[in-house]
Write a protein that binds this ligand. Structure first.
Ligand code: SPV
Ligand code: MG
Length: 435
């Protein structure tokens, strides 16, 4: 290129989580065309179409910024390239030809159309078949994760996504389902963000009522199998945390294991599940006492990114919204990182009235919903009302139980199993489920 010749502008959109020779090939080709600006996809942009990256935006930026082929790095905050392209007006966009099909096809068409406006061109080097980030990530999944990486994911997801979906997991197997399930709907990538370790299903699985008969050490032992088999964040149902003197030990154990959050509920005395119609004998803690528990829990954290979430039971115990709001403000002031406002109504009115008021509080914290009884409420509505996390608290165990019962019954009735073979997993599927 001659000295005074103006360099052409080249744009490359990259997630750049795990860099490999495929990326370098793209960037080398791009730099031969002119001055390369990398639009580095933010966590938010990436999680709109695939898994949250392992490395944070800033960690990825350090790597890209220091590559000799790259002149500038700017954030690309959506999967859609158009906002950045309109600012930069590049002569070229370079992208591997693998996006001609699949979820990014629409994005590709938008890029071509936009570039046309100023005579820009899309260059598509052949995709390096032997290597892909997804393959590398699959290998990483097999190796596992570290407690630090897993724990921090909750905070990163809160920053990156509109709403996080947590599904109840009571075993390593249900954890694997949550870990691996992916659905593409209307060109959007959907997955669960993590696992809810429920006291109700942990107890039912062990043939015990949900009244803390199953103690924390038994539950945490079970959880360690799930930790072995998964990498997604876990929110632990801590009931009322037990005695305040014991809280630090529980928090430190969970934190050390890489659990992302504990939810503590403001009830005292013999614990009863909140969805029981009859809550007679169930008492709510005083604001003062429960705030002390929250302070204790926050003081016991080892890691900054471990969340303590306060769960308000006012509506469960038929108290009014003023009581719930007073508690939300106090618990938030005590240090709670988020607030779960629980309800056993079959509409979301109670919790939406609450969120409308709490939104204006200077103590506002992200809200958590458990739509077990108001199950007709969509995630979209929850987002609209300021909720950040939705917990589907018991659904996998509720799915398994009737199915197991039906099969057991059919075996008894028929004295053989051929008629149920089609309704259940094949032996082959089960043998090959975990390799
Ligand atoms: C659980 O899943 O154990 C919960 C939620 O705490 S609820 O069953 O609604 O109390
Ligand atoms: Mg519970």
């Amino acid at each position: 290129m001659k000295k005074n010749q103006i360099k052409k502008k080249v744009y490359v959109g990259l997630a750049a989580d795990i860099m490999h020779e495929g990326h370098i090939n793209i960037l080398r080709i791009a730099s031969n065309l002119g001055e390369v600006t990398v639009g580095l996809l933010t966590d938010q942009a990436i999680s709109s179409y695939k898994k949250l990256p392992h490395l944070s935006y800033n960690q990825r930026k350090v790597v890209i910024k220091n590559l000799k082929f790259v002149k500038n790095v700017i954030p690309q905050t959506t999967l859609d390239y158009r906002p950045n392209l309109k600012i930069i007006k590049p002569n070229f966009v370079v992208h591997g030809d693998d996006w001609k099909s699949g979820i990014q096809k629409i994005t590709r068409n938008q890029v071509i159309k936009t570039l046309k406006q100023w005579g820009g061109k899309l260059i598509e080097p052949k995709y390096t078949k032997s290597i892909s980030s997804s393959q590398i990530k699959e290998k990483i999944y097999k190796v596992g994760t570290t407690p630090d990486v897993r724990r921090l994911k909750l905070k990163r997801l809160i920053d990156a996504k509109k709403i996080l979906r947590f599904l109840e997991s009571h075993s390593a197997l249900t954890g694997i389902i949550i870990e691996k399930l992916k659905v593409v709907k209307k060109n959007k990538f959907l997955e669960f963000d993590g696992m809810w370790s429920s006291s109700l299903t942990d107890s039912a699985l062990r043939g015990k009522p949900d009244n803390q008969s199953v103690d924390y050490s038994v539950r945490i032992n079970g959880l360690s199998e799930t930790l072995d088999a998964t990498t997604k964040p876990i929110i632990f149902d801590g009931d009322n945390g037990g005695r305040i003197e014991h809280i630090p030990f529980l928090i430190k154990t969970l934190d050390r294991l890489g659990v992302s959050a504990i939810i503590l509920e403001d009830k005292i005395g013999l614990k009863k599940n909140s969805l029981f119609k009859n809550q007679k004998g169930t008492k709510q803690d005083t604001i003062k006492n429960f705030s002390k528990k929250i302070i204790k829990a926050c003081d016991s954290k080892i890691s900054e990114d471990f969340f303590v979430i306060a769960r308000i039971e006012s509506f469960i115990l038929n108290k009014n919204i003023e009581d719930a709001l007073k508690r939300a403000n106090a618990y938030s002031k005590a240090g709670a990182d988020a607030i779960l406002i629980h309800s056993k109504e079959n509409t979301p009115k109670q919790i939406f009235d609450f969120s409308k008021k709490f939104k204006n509080s200077k103590y506002f914290k992200p809200l958590v919903a458990v739509p077990s009884t108001y199950s007709n409420t969509s995630e979209k509505e929850l987002v609209k009302h300021g909720f950040k996390i939705v917990i589907y608290a018991n659904h996998l165990l509720r799915a398994a139980y009737p199915s197991m019962k039906t099969v057991a019954k059919e075996i008894l009735i028929n004295g053989k199993t051929s008629m149920i073979e089609k309704k259940i997993s094949s032996i082959n599927e089960i043998i090959n489920l975990i390799k």
